[in-house]
Design a protein around this ligand. Sequence first.
Ligand code: THU
Length: 136
Amino acid sequence: MRQKIPLASMQAKLLRSAKKVMGNAYAPYSKFRVGAAVLLSNGKIFTGCNVENASYGMTNCAERTAIFSAVAQLGPKIEVRAVSVVNDHGVPCSPCGACRQVIYEFGPDATVFFQGAKGPKQAHITELLPEGFRLQ
Ligand code: THU
C-alpha cells in the first residue's frame, strides 16, 4: 500500500499556495478575498479563490473553486487529503457549511487548516461537519 504523505511536511506549502491564489479573488462586493489550496492523496495541489457575483448567492467560495478545479482537471476519482484556507483580513475563517459538505464528499478523512478565533487551527472534516451527508 502507498504511504500517506505526512501532512506536516506539506502544511507550509499549502499555506503558500493558498496565499498566492488569494490574490486572484474576485470579491468586489464583500472586499473579503479568500484563497484555498487542496492537497490530494496523489500529492497534487489545486488552488481556488472566491468568485463573487452581483447576484450574491451565485458566489463560489475559494474551497469549492479549488475542489471543482481538481475534478475538472483529474476527473471524479480525486481524494482530498487536506485543505488550507486563508483570507486577506487575517480574521477567523473556517469553511462555510456548503464547502464543508463539498470537502466531505471528496475527502471524508480530510484535515482542514484555517484561521481560528485563537490563531491557526486544524480540524478533521468530521469535526467541522458531523454526520455529513453521503449517498454512497
Ligand atoms: N468565503 C470563502 O470563499 N470561503 C470561506 O471559507 C468563507 C467565505 C467567501 C465568500 C464571499 O465571497 C466572501 O468570502 C464573504 O463571505
